[in-house]
Design a protein around this ligand. Sequence first.
Ligand code: EPS
Length: 368
Amino acid sequence: MPIRFLTSGESHGKCLNAIIEGIGANFELDFDFINAELRARQGGIGRGGRMKIETDTIHFNSGVRFSKTTGAPICIEINNLDYKNWLIPMSVERLNIDELNNEEKELLKSKEIENVRPGHADFAGAIKYNQKDIRNILERSSARETTTRVALGAICQNILKNFNIDFTSEVISLGGEQNPEKFEAKIKQAQELGESLGGKVKVTIKNLPIGLGSCMHWDKRLDGKLAQAVMSIPAIKSVEIGMGAKCSDEFGSCVHDEIFLDENGRILRHTNNAGGLEGGMTNGEDIVITAAMKPIPTMKKALKSINLNKKEQVSAHFERADTCAVHACGIVAKNMCATVILDAFFEKFGCDNYDEVKKNFENNAKRI
Ligand code: EPS
């Protein structure tokens, strides 16, 4: 496990931060590429008002000099531009509530939340962390946190580009609709009804070397690591690799990808039902992952719920939200996969510095 990372930050707090460790030295980073990934996460149809306020941009606090990694832990920061509107309710600097004047106290009170949203972290989180104000839960459990994951994943993608490894994501269905031309209408319908929508995304990873991951132990299997990384994205309810759940309905001969040799003796497959992974290792075919996202739990058409403090039946809390964030989910999934792939790549080819990794990669390619 050469790479590990931690994120911090609340949705309406001052900023989002992350530290990634294990990236070796002399990898050139393209800041424009990383920022383009951040912008892509902000986009897609069905996004709410917040994305008009933010221009997510990466700032490096350590680990990079003159756009090259130094091998030191990389600390990044992304400002929440909306913080200026939440200065009092989300203040991290004031020590004591008594410092606030009456107007400020009222503002703070107006942002307190007691009515939990079914489907969100509110209920279990408030009980687990013993919080009367559910804002202390939702601010951290908000999918805004995925901004930092995209920034880190984009750094990983950036490094893997040197080895021609390529990541894409696409929305393959939205609220059950598979025709992209009908997506807008589906969103509009949901908005009119005060509803929200989920969908399915597909991540494709191309030009992978054979043998990333391992068949030797459960926690080294790459399929398991990728599934965990994608499943950890807020609102994801299923992850499938290649043919996915459908393979359990078919005969083996309809599932397994036969292996051929072409006229030049090169290994060749005509199908990729395995989604690029056999025995927990890359087999040289594209990795194909699909993930299903549930509808966002914050809805104008509020569901029945409870006030956790007063133990009263109420309507769930509603605050500005996206109608659908499935496009963003694809961008996050692709970048989460990039963190896992780079980790496995460094495990196989070393990670101390660019030249060494490149040499090891090229030697391996020659052998195969
Ligand atoms: C998000 C920012 C949030 C939400 C969304 C994700 O902004 P705000 O709460 O200020 O509108 O748009 O959060 C959720 C979907 C959620 O359930 O918490 C973002 O940057 O992706």
